[in-house]
Design a protein around this ligand. Structure first.
Ligand code: NDP
Length: 377
């Protein structure tokens, strides 16, 4: 497969300089082509060949420089065959959920990437660490805070790195939103509003099963709104108040259909967010003392747009997943900590648990004890 173009246009604003230089550091601008089966740096095994692994991660692994698709773990034999053919994966690098632990003896696999339904993340991250592999785990990290701790402990014990699939920390528009807010380019952030929602009404999907998903849209897309609320400021909230605003409660049952959250940051600064399976939205709006900015769409795989009070932003189109995986491989090779390490996933799970607690009791809750993890730019 030919390497896709990472740059569709030139970064025009100051923020683009930062982004472009960090992309260059990651070595993603060489323009060389890569082929399925070609070994480049560390070997990655994808676990769970569903829509995200198929549509995003495997194609991204054809563009990475520091890692490549070396193996697969699947419960579906037909996928094992078709993926092996398409990506030239040798039979000895194909596993199922039962024989997965044998991956410990496979030197081709350095990184295991968990792309399973949420309730399976903890088990497979822990098994991957026990097999002596570095791990990337998709968001949400788990379905509760305690499982996140078990996952972190297992990786620490095995002396392996753990990161979360927070791809937007490698995306230029979101990096610019971080820079504007954290560096107070237009003064202090006064308020923000974030929303991520899409309609989901297919009861057969695990995303609507409380056991497997751990919750509703908050676990799925709402987590991006939590993330952007925090990384826009580079600060942690001190309390929150959540309200279950589901319209069709009879349909969604045990999981929320829609959820609204108000956060309070230090000095009484407020933020709001909304997530839903009953409508569509995809934005981040920020008001600072001397200016404002907005991303919409803010969280998609591509086609992001942004503007400040001065006019449109313009940044290169990137493959977020390729950058994210290359960065993790680079962290392993250089023994550095990932900017999206496991503890950040645990921080978000702390917030999610508190959101559900507040919605259940109908009162604000303190975020005292929140893990102090931030990505500062
Ligand atoms: P899918 O339902 O499309 O795929 C999940 C895969 O997991 C299945 O295809 C199957 O693969 C495997 N699986 C194993 N056991 C089960 C089971 N009991 N029920 C269902 N699937 C099972 O999910 P997605 O790919 O959309 O999501 C997977 C994870 O990735 C989730 O945690 C999600 O939150 C995250 N995600 C992250 C995104 C991001 O932008 N970072 C975007 C989309 C998803 P097989 O047949 O190979 O065994």
């Amino acid at each position: 497969m030919k390497r896709r173009h990472f740059i569709s246009n030139t970064a025009k604003s100051t923020g683009g300089v930062i982004v472009a230089s960090s992309l260059t550091t990651l070595g993603l601008f060489s323009g060389s082509s890569s082929r399925a089966g070609e070994k480049r740096g560390l070997g990655v095994a994808l676990v769970g060949l569903g829509s995200y692994a198929t549509g995003q991660l495997a194609p991204a692994l054809q563009m990475t420089e520091n890692c490549y698709l070396a193996g697969i773990v699947t419960g579906t034999p037909s996928k094992a065959d078709s993926w092996s053919d398409q990506y030239d994966i040798p039979a000895e690098n194909v596993y199922n959920y039962q024989n997965f632990d044998g991956i410990a003896d496979n030197d081709d696999i350095d990184i295991v990437y968990i792309v399973l339904p949420n309730s399976m993340h903890a088990e497979f991250v822990i098994r991957a660490a026990q097999a002596g592999k570095h791990v990337i785990c998709e968001k949400p990290m788990a379905t509760n805070y305690e499982d996140c701790q078990r996952m972190i402990d297992a990786c620490r014990k095995a002396e392996k790195k753990l990161s979360i699939g927070y791809r937007l920390h490698f995306e230029p528009y979101n990096l610019e939103a971080m820079r504007l807010g954290q560096q107070q380019i237009y003064g202090k952030v006064l308020e923000s509003d974030a929303g991520f929602a899409f309609p989901l009404r297919d009861k057969s999907r695990w995303r609507l099963d409380k056991e497997m998903a751990g919750g509703g849209p908050l676990m799925d897309v709402g987590i991006y709104a939590i993330q952007s609320t925090i990384y826009t400021r580079g600060q942690l909230p001190v309390s929150l108040e959540a309200m279950d605003t589901t319209v069709d409660k009879a349909f969604y049952g045990a999981v929320e259909g829609t959820l609204d959250v108000k956060f309070e940051f230090p000095a009484g600064i407020k933020a709001t967010m909304r997530t839903s399976y009953e409508e569509s939205s995809n934005y981040l709006k920020v008001q600072a003392q001397e200016g404002s900015w907005e991303l919409a769409p803010a969280y998609s795989y591509g086609g992001l747009k942004g503007q400040t009070h001065l006019g449109p932003m313009s940044f290169p189109a990137v493959n977020q997943q390729a950058l994210q995986m290359d960065d993790f491989a680079s962290c392993i090779l250089k023994d550095k900590q990932s900017i999206v390490r496991g503890e950040m996933g645990q921080r978000d799970m702390f917030i999610i648990d508190k959101i559900y607690e507040s919605a259940a009791i109908g009162k604000p809750v303190s975020l005292k004890g929140i893990p102090n993890i931030l990505h500062l730019v």
